[in-house]
Ligand binder design. Structure first.
Ligand code: G6P
Length: 517
């Protein structure tokens, strides 16, 4: 039976050893959260990195493999140095900051990291080819695996290959900075369908491909190497029904009531993010500080809660960033705290999903202010959890979600004053307005959920891959033509020859005049 093969850097379950014991934990981040539901519903196979298994005893390794096999997860094991160069070095040291427009963080002297990136993509290609059976659909995910579509196309020419990018695709002027821009574009163009969250990201990719490969794409497709690569817009979402189900669970409501009781009548303003420099946490903290200074009447009636989920802790940029955030929280609390109250409640660890949902249920206002974000599923989860249609969402205009969630309070996260004003506006918004906005947001998140997203991507992939094989048929039909063509040419009373010149009779030259016969 044909299957769906999901391929991403990280598996939904991560394996590690904690004080000698084997631990299997849910992986954090938007990709794992989003694909978990479709993986289960479609009985798909998920191929990816399970975390480092170096410290595992042979028995623990067996247990880990059995646990992964039980959830149809196929591990791609990577050596420590290779993984560090591929993941911390190239994926998160070059591509991540570049694609999020944080150019000062991009390491452009990353030749060894680039080599590891290529090798690891090859490793993934081998692993996928090993699992593949004719008829399977392959769905590759995200910026860590951008060479994989072309590597797979070489190994499995007839396969249906889709690729979805979970991060923004930057403007062509930014992308062209990348020394390896051509290889990346060629790698992606091995797919039948490339999916992006927004029309803007798709446009940026089309412009980059046009620039880098001197192609002439329209926005919906690129002709390359005799193949047609479709470009789609597929805004990812959350499992809204599942989040609402958790939010309505009595234990979760009880937990939410406890969080509210602890706030002792204060309104709760919540932030939840991986502790990543793209998420805008320092500027958000400054906006909170501005609010505390500017709003003496409101400040004592508010409790800010920031959940910062640890992430990419081995990378230097993240350690520095963590220190900056911790110092800022300490400084602001020191300056504005009293014996009765601490303005910012800061939690630096990963919480189970039901506790996260309890926070969503308890929060009057959700602050989502990334400097740049592919989509941001926290915003959509908050909306899905507001089963009573109340609460207010403040959303960065630089998150992909902003192009869909128009009823949120939109802010420029770089503008501290306007974020502080948005917090005030959200806290004082009349209940009727809150309800109108939240009901509209919920309708959208409910109807376009993650299952609809996955289905629409796979339907488009099916359509995109079909004409590709017909086109391949047409090429081979033309190859078989010469006999009959020769015969007809021979019998024609008059013959007109129309020939292309450079690129056909002679190779391309840098300038047409140099293409001498
Ligand atoms: C973002 C990326 C994902 C990534 C996730 C968590 O959502 O788009 O590809 O998996 O962050 O980051 P990590 O580096 O821990 O996998």
């Amino acid at each position: 039976m044909a299957r769906l093969l999901i391929v991403s850097n990280r598996l939904p379950i991560s394996v590690r050893v904690d004080r000698g014991a084997l631990c299997l934990t849910r992986s954090s981040g938007g990709l794992a959260a989003a694909m978990r539901g479709p993986h289960e519903r479609m009985c798909a196979v998920w191929i990816g990195w399970p975390g480092s298994v170096a410290g595992l005893t042979p028995e623990q390794r067996q247990d880990a493999d059995a646990a992964l096999a039980g959830i149809r997860a196929v591990p791609v094991h990577l050596g420590a140095t290779e993984q560090h160069r591929f993941y911390d070095g190239f994926s998160n040291g070059v591509l991540w900051p570049l694609f999020h427009y944080l150019l000062d963080k991009v390491n452009l002297d990353a030749e060894l990291d680039w080599e590891a990136y290529q090798r690891v993509n090859e490793r993934f290609a081998d692993a996928v080819a090993e699992q593949y059976a004719p008829g399977d659909m392959i769905w590759v995910h995200d910026y860590q695996l951008m060479l994989l579509p072309a590597l797979l196309r070489r190994r499995l020419p007839g396969a249906q290959i889709g690729f979805f990018l979970h991060v923004p695709f930057p403007s062509a002027e930014v992308f062209r900075i990348l020394p390896w821009r051509e290889q990346i574009v060629r790698g992606l163009l091995g797919a039948d369908l490339l999916g992006f969250h927004t029309a803007g990201y798709r446009k940026n990719f089309a412009a980059s491909a046009a620039h880098v490969l001197d192609l002439d794409p329209d926005e919906a497709a690129i002709e390359h190497d005799g193949r047609r690569v479709a470009l789609g817009v597929h805004p990812i979402s959350v499992d809204a029904a599942e989040v609402a189900r958790i939010a309505a669970h009595p234990a979760v409501r009880e937990e939410a009531a406890r969080i509210r009781a602890e706030a002792r009548g204060r309104k709760i303003v919540l932030g939840i993010d991986r502790l990543d420099y793209t998420k805008g946490i320092p500027r958000r903290l400054l906006a909170i500080e501005r609010f505390l200074e500017r709003e003496p009447e409101l400040r004592d009636n508010v409790r800010f809660i920031q959940l910062a989920v640890p992430t990419r802790e081995m990378a230097g940029a993240y350690a520095d960033f963590r220190r900056i955030v911790h110092e800022m929280v300490g400084r602001i609390n020191g300056q504005h705290g009293t014996t009765q109250a601490t303005p910012i409640h800061y939690i630096h660890r990963s919480l189970p999903l039901d506790q996260v949902v309890a926070l969503y249920v308890a929060a009057d206002v959700m602050l989502v202010t990334p400097l740049r974000d592919g989509m941001n599923l926290v915003a959509k989860e908050y909306v899905a959890a507001r089963v009573d249609d109340d609460g207010a969402l403040i959303l960065s205009e630089f998150a992909g979600a902003a192009s869909e969630l128009a009823e949120a309070i939109a802010v420029n996260p770089y503008d501290i004053g306007s974020v502080a004003a948005a917090v005030k506006r959200a806290l004082t918004m009349p209940a009727a307005e809150q309800r109108t906005r939240m009901a509209a947001l919920r309708r959208r998140v409910d109807t376009s959920d993650v299952h609809a997203w996955a289905q629409s991507f796979l339907d488009d992939l099916d359509r995109a891959a079909a004409p590709a094989s017909e086109a391949a048929g047409a090429v081979s039909a033309r190859r078989e033509m010469p006999e009959s063509v020769v015969e007809r040419v021979r019998q024609a009373p008059q013959r007109v020859w129309i020939l292309d010149y450079d690129g056909t009779l002679v190779p391309f030259a840098p300038m047409p005049d140099l293409a001498a016969p």
